[in-house]
Design a protein around this ligand. Structure first.
Ligand SMILES: NC(=O)c1ccc[n+]([C@@H]2O[C@H](COP(=O)([O-])OP(=O)(O)OC[C@H]3O[C@@H](n4cnc5c(N)ncnc54)[C@H](OP(=O)(O)O)[C@@H]3O)[C@@H](O)[C@H]2O)c1
Length: 250
């Protein structure tokens, strides 16, 4: 049976033109949502618009003023926001001795600061009774060598989400985190400083580390996002849902 959980709902996605965000956009569109989504690459924004019918906005989530402007444009076109999905994120590996201030800032400006201010930008335009989902990472709770900047940012984001959940409970807005394990998206190929061989080695290592012995598909994460965004999760707020083939818990 086809579900239609988001008919008449305005869903806004930060980072909806690739990987998990694009998959979620497709799933939301298939269930009747009116979509607005951001990203940086105009090419993939155009492709996402074609696939989902979304209003697409080129916007850098590292810049809080840009997030305010993107939200304003989306609300003018599509009305108040029912569901906010803060998914944009960047990767990158460096061992603690090699982390530069600019690398640290590049990761944190998007994954932590950017995520916080993206949610803040939406606050006045979110309908009471709505929902926010953040994309975290299992990296926030694992001691993976080389992952310090990313892990710190995602752990910070998880803390931020908890406070949003506490403060927005009075407005009946539920706030949750979906934390993917290794998922087959372009993020794998964007790790600065990693050779093809190193990426392939990382992929094999990750596959082995996952109890289900495979890397996840974007759609498997997207479905968890839609669950938490929907009324199916009406009594769930403040959680961090690991979608990771059992990596963290087993
Ligand atoms: N793939 C995994 O194994 C994995 C595991 C754990 C967590 N995650 C998290 O999942 C989320 C989605 O990543 P993905 O795996 O789907 O990778 P992806 O395909 O690279 O998607 C990342 C998305 O974020 C957007 N983005 C990045 N920086 C941005 C910025 N400064 N402003 C606006 N948009 C920005 C990208 O848009 P552009 O392409 O236009 O830059 C793209 O839409 C991220 O938060 C990531 O940390 C992924």
């Amino acid at each position: 049976m086809t579900k239609n959980r988001f008919s008449g709902k305005h869903v806004f996605i930060f980072g909806g033109n690739s990987g998990i965000g694009l998959s979620a956009a497709e799933e939301f569109a298939a269930e009747g949502a009116t979509l607005s989504l951001t990203g940086r690459s105009q090419k993939t924004l155009d492709e996402a618009a074609e696939k989902t019918g979304a209003l697409t906005l080129q916007s850098d989530m590292a810049d809080p003023a840009a997030s305010v402007a993107a939200i304003k444009a989306a609300v003018e076109k599509n009305g108040p926001i029912d569901i906010l999905f803060i998914n944009a994120g960047v990767g990158g590996f460096a061992h603690v001795g090699d982390v530069t201030e600019s690398f640290w800032n590049d990761v944190n400006n998007v994954n932590l600061k950017g995520a916080f201010f993206a949610a803040q930008a939406a606050l006045p335009h979110l309908r009471d009774g709505g929902a926010i989902v953040f994309t975290g990472s299992i990296g926030s709770v694992l001691g993976i060598p080389g992952n310090v900047a990313y892990a710190a940012a995602k752990a910070g984001m998880r803390a931020v989400a908890r406070i949003y959940a506490a403060e927005l409970a009075a407005r009946k807005i539920r706030v949750n985190v979906v934390s993917p394990g290794p998922t087959e998206t372009p993020l794998f190929y964007r790790n600065p400083g990693m050779t093809e061989e190193a990426i392939e080695g990382m992929r094999a290592h990750m596959r082995e580390a996952v109890p289900l012995k495979r890397i996840g598909e974007p759609r498997e994460v997207a479905r968890a996002v839609l669950f938490l965004a929907s009324d199916d999760a009406s009594y769930i707020t403040g959680v961090d849902l690991f979608v990771d083939g059992g990596t963290v818990e087993l």
